[in-house]
Design a protein around this ligand. Structure first.
Ligand SMILES: [Zn+2]
Length: 410
């Protein structure tokens, strides 16, 4: 018990180090080719050096071939400690890549230069997913510096490509290095959670991303009768798609939010000038579907709705699936990783954590598909992908203590 307290005190003193780490990580912009970047190389290289200084038993870089990226690959890191201890490995898997800042005018500061405001560090990537890496890393460092041994083997994995499908990240590792992770390992993905740190995510919804291409006829805006306005058609279709919420309205209290979601998101640029009626308009919808529903049924409903608009307005509408991920078997609520995590959370914060389901999109689904029970957890303010994304230093410290407990306990 007093040993834990010593390590907690050490972690309490790491505010400055957290700020420095976040600054260094944020300035090494890790955007994948789909986000017009060259990859995660600079950031991963920096992390590899950091991990190397902690004298791991294993420090391997697995390069997923990707000709679009710098030097033709995407970097994935694995580091392990406690090789002398028996038992299953406790893994913490975070991702190095980020999403672009989005509309830069919405940022109050440079997204790639961290700004500290009291307990907040602001910058792109500080929460998603540097919070996860920094807290798990600080904990490894504190345990090592304390001179205490690990209670179990501990692994940190830092993967690429989480934001754009994981083909060159975790999915690559599982396909090519399948023996790294074992069925009785405890796998934590600190890439989601709530502000209290009480949400242990064990289940995800199915994901369906759709592209709607609405084709009409371009013409001068002063003579609309000579064309067919594809933007107007898109607007009608977006409103008509609202009925999906009624059609698929089941509630499941395990999930937050407890129902399926259907949100229009991205729209591609159409015409460059105000006085032209666009002949073609493309928009996208992000659907998160409760596992009780079949994704194909949702797709059918979208096509039917599009057909109604087609017959009403005489446009052409094509519906394409750009991404589809069926919900996996959930991690059991009484899985070893859930129990260990809940115990450590209780010990550090006195709070009772609860297994829950979310909208999906974390890499935990890839583990679950392989029969590896993974839990998604962290103490976050949910500012991922938003302008002025931030993390709380106090939450990084809390999470580091929770990881330290997990590393120390046998
Ligand atoms: Zn993330």
């Amino acid at each position: 018990m007093p040993e834990h307290e010593k390590i907690f005190t050490r972690i309490d003193g790491s505010r400055q180090e957290i700020i420095q780490l976040q600054e260094a990580l944020t300035s090494r912009v890790a955007l994948g080719p789909e986000n017009n970047g060259s990859g995660e190389h600079a950031k991963t290289g920096y992390i590899k050096d950091l991990l190397g200084l902690l004298d791991p038993d294993v420090l391997d870089e697995y390069r997923a071939p990707d000709e679009r990226a710098l030097d033709g690959y995407r970097p994935n890191l694995i580091a392990k400690w406690g090789g002398d201890v028996a038992g299953p490995t406790l893994w913490v898997l975070s991702h190095s890549d980020i999403v672009p800042p989005g509309d830069i005018s919405l940022w109050k500061s440079d997204p790639y230069q961290t700004k500290v405001e009291g307990d907040k560090i602001i910058g792109r990537g500080v929460e998603d997913n540097q919070h996860g890496f920094v807290s798990s890393y600080i904990a490894v460092k504190a345990v090592i510096e304390s001179g205490q041994g690990f209670g179990k083997p501990v692994g940190l994995a830092v993967v690429a490509d989480e934001e754009t499908g994981s083909v060159y990240g975790l999915s690559y590792l599982l396909r090519h290095q399948g023996k790294l992770f074992k069925k009785d390992d405890l796998i934590i993905v600190p890439d989601g959670g709530n502000e209290e740190g009480t949400m242990i995510e064990v289940a995800e919804k199915s994901m369906l991303w759709l592209r709607f291409t609405v084709t009409g006829k371009q013409c001068h805006a002063s003579t609309p009768h000579k064309g067919k306005n594809s933007l107007f058609g898109s607007a009608k279709l977006i409103l008509a798609l609202e009925k999906l919420k009624k059609q698929f309205n089941m509630y499941d209290a395990l999930f937050s939010p407890p129902q399926s979601t259907f949100e229009p998101t991205k729209m591609e640029a159409n015409v460059p000038n105000v006085n032209t009626i666009p002949g073609r308009n493309v928009f996208y919808m992000d659907c998160r579907i409760l596992p009780q529903y079949s994704v194909d049924k949702v797709l059918d409903a979208c096509r039917e709705t599009a057909a109604e608009i087609v017959s009403e307005l005489g446009l052409h509408i094509q519906v394409d699936t750009v991404y589809h991920e069926d919900a996996t078997e959930p991690t059991p609520a009484d899985a070893a990783v859930v129990k260990a995590l809940a115990g450590a959370i209780m010990r550090v914060t006195g709070r009772e954590a609860k297994p829950m389901g979310i909208g999906g999109g974390t890499v935990a689904a890839f583990f679950r598909r392989e029969g590896l029970p993974a839990a998604v957890w962290s103490t976050v303010s949910d500012t991922a992908h938003q302008p002025n994304e931030y993390c709380l230093i106090s939450s990084v410290i809390t999470d580091a203590k929770i990881f330290a407990c997990l590393y120390l306990d046998t």
